[in-house]
Structure formats: structure tokens, C-alpha cells
Design a protein around this ligand. Structure first.
Ligand code: 13P
Ligand code: SF4
Length: 327
């Protein structure tokens, strides 16, 4: 039998996958057998999105992780998202297709450096984007996502200093929108930093009726050109509800799969990166494959294991976020 082998996160030996398998059918069978659910982010490959039980933005994925009754959560996204699911469900098994699927924002804000930065501002409120490690969450007062950050920051008394980490673009966007100065950690997303103002202007000239929809992780010049700025779900809802028919989408192009499904008669154009590369695709999200989703469900590996004390501390600001997002 011919087999392909896939390494697991550098820690375990490669596991063979029989290439004759119908992976979609096997995944459906295993989900049933294990009482498992697959949660996936919009930036996953379309074939992963198509086997998922739930697809959403960061807030919706956290809410779905909290609500699920499944015994096993297979999280097709990146490490900090699976951690969030585990924090909200410490008694459930959380498996991930690839443990090495990280995030430039989370990786650029190590816990020790964040703690030292925070110590420089005694009495400040630490509002942290969900794209961070559990260590950083445990040191934060509030966790926010791109869909609720504005609402949560607006509720913090104006006489309190706000520390915002780790995304400088989302931080600058919030500070401007709410007219609220903040101390901002200088991190960014390698994907959203790659979009080119020059190429976007040229694309808009070629498609003058197209609306520009951008994620707030993009840099300021891109956001200034946007007709709508919001989370992945926000972008999806705006495009489906708008009377316009053509949209330039300035975020990771994985979202286009659900946009095309929701509005097949509309045209969605993925914004190009500055260089002639595929660097508008998230290399971390794309580490996950359908084979790895199958293996995670078959072997219940790789499994996310976290220290109970860390889970307890990191849960506090996530619960605050979920409570403030409920209404
Ligand atoms: P949202 O899906 O919450 O908009 O986040 C986008 C993102 O950065 C994913 O890593
Ligand atoms: Fe992180 Fe950017 Fe990838 Fe999202 S798209 S996981 S923010 S690197």
C-alpha cells in the first residue's frame, strides 16, 4: 500500500495516511464515534471549512467553544484559539490538527515581555486582543476580539489609562475611532501588514463600483480606503446584506469561500499583497490540512494540555469579554 506520511508538530513520529481513504467520510464517521465537533476559522482551507460543524470569527468561535456539549473539540485554527477553547472547557479534550500553527501577533508578545511592559504603567487597564498566548491572557484585565473591541473599550472609564496589546493596527484604529489615547504594544499580523495601498488603489481604479471591506488588523492607509472595517464575520455579513455586487476583500482570502457560498451572484476580489507572493495567505492557518484533521480525530492527537492554574487565571478576562458581548 502506498502511504503519505505527515509529521506531528515535531514531537511525534510521522503518521501514515492511506491515500485511498475518503477523508470527508472518515471525518464524519470519527466525529460521530468520538462525539466530537470541529470548530474552524474562516481562514482555513475550504475543504476544512466544509467538514466543520461551526465556522466563525474569534468571538463566535469562543462562544461556540463555551456552548458545545461535544466530548472532543477539534479546533481547526491556530494555537491561541485552541487554547481559548481549552480554557473555556478544561474538562473536554481539545485536539488540534497541527500544534505548530502559531500566530505572528501571539508570538510577538511573549508573557515575560508583556509583564515587564505592563509593570511600567501601574493602575492601567490591560485590554488585550484575543490573538495572544494564555500567559498574556492571564495577565490581562479584558480580552477583546475585532468584533467587540470598540464596545468593550468604550465602557472603560476615561480617566483610566488603557494598555492595548498586541496589535498596533487594531489599537490605532480603536484609539482614533473612540478618540481615546492608549498605550499600544507594537505588534502586527504578517498577513494584514502585507496589503499594499498602491495595489489597492490600482485595483479600485479597475473596479470603480467595488466596495472595499477591510479587517482592522490592516494598516491605517488601507483602513482609510475602506467602505467597511470589521471582523471576518462582520465583513461576510456586510457583503451579503449590501446592495452592491462587487467587493474588494482586504483580509486573508480563506473568507472568500463562505462569501461566495452566501452570495453566489456577487463578485469578491481578494486584495493583493505588495510582493508577487501568496503572502496574503496565513502560513500558520494553512499548516492545517484535511489529512491532519482526520488524524487528530482518529488518534486524538495532538492534544492541547494546559496547566490548571493558567487555565483559571486566563479564564477571568475571557469570561469578562463574553459577559460584555452577550447583549
Ligand atoms: P476575526 O475572525 O475575529 O476577525 O480575526 C481574524 C484573525 O486575525 C484571525 O487570526
Ligand atoms: Fe495571526 Fe495574522 Fe494568521 Fe490571524 S492571519 S492567525 S492574526 S498571523
Amino acid at each position: 500500500m502506498v502511504t503519505r506520511t505527515l509529521p506531528i508538530a515535531g514531537r511525534q513520529p510521522p503518521r501514515p495516511v492511506d491515500p485511498s481513504l475518503d477523508l470527508e467520510a472518515e471525518i464524519a464517521r470519527l466525529k460521530n464515534e468520538r462525539s466530537a465537533t470541529i470548530l474552524a476559522h474562516y481562514y482555513q482551507d475550504s475543504e476544512i471549512q466544509d467538514v466543520a460543524d461551526f465556522i466563525g470569527d474569534s468571538l463566535q468561535l469562543a462562544q461556540a467553544a463555551k456552548k458545545t456539549e461535544a466530548k472532543v473539540i477539534c479546533f481547526a485554527g491556530v494555537h491561541f484559539r485552541a487554547e481559548t477553547a481549552k480554557i473555556l472547557n478544561p474538562d473536554r479534550e481539545v485536539v488540534v490538527p497541527d500544534l505548530e500553527a502559531g500566530c505572528s501577533l501571539a508570538d510577538g508578545c511573549p508573557g515575560a515581555k508583556f509583564a515587564a511592559w505592563k509593570a511600567r504603567f501601574p493602575g492601567a487597564v490591560a485590554v488585550t486582543y484575543i490573538n495572544c498566548s494564555a500567559e498574556v491572557k492571564a495577565l490581562s484585565d479584558y480580552i477583546v476580539t475585532s468584533s467587540n473591541a470598540e464596545k468593550i473599550v468604550a465602557q472603560i472609564p476615561r480617566d483610566r489609562t488603557i494598555l492595548f496589546a498586541p496589535d498596533r493596527n487594531l489599537g490605532a484604529y480603536l484609539a482614533k475611532k473612540l478618540d481615546r489615547p492608549m498605550e499600544i504594544w507594537q505588534g502586527s499580523c504578517i498577513v494584514h501588514d502585507t496589503f499594499s495601498e498602491r495595489k489597492l488603489i490600482a485595483l479600485k481604479e479597475r473596479n470603480p463600483t467595488a466596495l472595499v471591506l477591510a479587517h482592522p488588523e490592516c494598516e491605517e492607509p488601507i483602513l482609510r480606503m475602506a467602505d467597511f472595517v470589521g471582523s471576518t464575520t462582520g465583513i461576510l455579513k456586510y457583503a451579503t446584506g449590501s446592495p452592491a455586487t462587487t467587493f474588494i476583500v482586504v483580509t486573508e482570502p480563506g473568507i472568500l469561500h463562505q462569501m461566495q457560498k452566501a452570495a453566489p451572484g456577487k463578485t469578491f476580489i481578494a486584495a493583493p499583497p505588495e510582493a508577487n507572493c501568496a503572502c496574503n495567505e496565513c502560513p500558520h492557518m494553512k499548516k492545517n490540512t484535511l489529512e491532519k484533521v482526520y488524524l487528530a480525530l482518529r488518534d486524538l492527537e495532538p492534544k492541547l494540555v494546559m496547566r490548571p492554574d493558567l487555565i483559571e487565571k486566563a479564564r477571568v478576562p475571557i469570561d469578562r469579554m463574553l459577559a460584555l458581548s452577550a447583549s
